[in-house]
Ligand binder design. Sequence first.
Ligand code: AMP
Ligand code: GLY
Length: 423
Amino acid sequence: MKILVVGGGGREHAIIRKLKESKEITEIHALPGNGGMYKDAKTVNIGAKDIDAIVKYAVDNEIDYAVVAPDDPLVLGCVDALEKAGIPAFGPKANAAIIEGSKVFSKNLMKKYGIPTATYEVFSDADLAMEYVKSSALPIVIKADGLALGKGVIIAFTREEAIDAINSVMNDKKFGSSGDNIVIEEFLTGPEVSVLAFTDGKTVKPMISSMDHKRALDGDKGLNTGGMGTIAPNPYYTKEIADECMKTIFLPTIDAMNKEGRTFKGCLYFGLMLTPNGPKVIEYNCRFGDPETQVVLPLLESDLFTIMKATTYGTLAGCEVKFSDKCACCVIMASKGYPEKYQSGFEMEIPEEIEELVYVAGAKYENEKLLSAGGRVLGVVDVQPTLKKAIDGAYAKVNKIKFDNAFYRHDIGARALMATEEK
Ligand code: AMP
Ligand code: GLY
């Protein structure tokens, strides 16, 4: 079978490597993919947001099944357009992808169906929003309604910061029309957990839990990024908490989407906070997380392609989704300067013996050389029987990679390790 994967980062590389294990698959095409995938897929320079060109490519190349990985094409209706052209696809249709595409939608959904989340107010008028934060509790969280590359959330510790945030999002349009409306919500505390779940709109099968590290610098300092590293499983996410989340969050969300006439199929990402008052939803994503996928999929023992098709065809209940009981750690190697200004074009050498679990997020392949191209460049993963060993193993691999301009955190997994008995 010929498979098409839409997207071009480390998440997509991890998906492609897992799909390659499936015996049914004979060819994988990545749109646009990146140069670091040259051994795993045919990469074609069509942007992930160019829906018409993606559909045309899929039809012309007789693609049997497509996997749409990033948020933008999902929200723009890539799955709808592919299916209209007769190509089955993994991922939600646009009317369900709105669960990530609009925070106002997702907050209102949670309120309507009693799904635990931070209390909030929605504003479409900057003056009223500013009036509100003058007397709100601090810190307070301000979120742009629409997609903003994971940067549309501002935690304001003072009233001045809150006013500045409202100004830049609503008046200066820092995130364009994504800031036409904003959500202002209560600040929650507690460990964060990412749970990705397969669903066909009836059954939910959560994957192994994970923990992201969003800040750029060690000790959770510095700017927010797309994610600097992950570990799985997340030791804070116990069996009891998982059972509670299934009852109070996962099933009610699938049910709520059905009741709204927006059946969700694909991978639904639950960004949770384990607060003193129980688990609450911080955000939904309509897709696999990045870099969560880089630690979750290496632990998946069942066939990914079989599961993906089961979400599309509504047969997930009878489909095995089994994970290994090992642990994984992913350290992101970024270009110095990320998430602000950075340079590209640095030569990288990844020794062949560790290549299998190094996922390339941003690179070019030119004259048989791999050159960095992007902020987040590599996801370096190790899988081991314990979390401590996985962390040590990932950093040992980082030290074997030649990438002069690399910048990475040195404490991925440290907080999780404190929650385990290993230390
Ligand atoms: P998001 O893009 O919605 O995942 O938010 C980015 C990060 O901001 C989250 O991973 C949390 O660390 C933090 N955050 C978002 N909402 C809240 C909240 N209500 N209280 C505390 N932290 C939050
Ligand atoms: N790692 C967070 C996300 O994928 O949104």
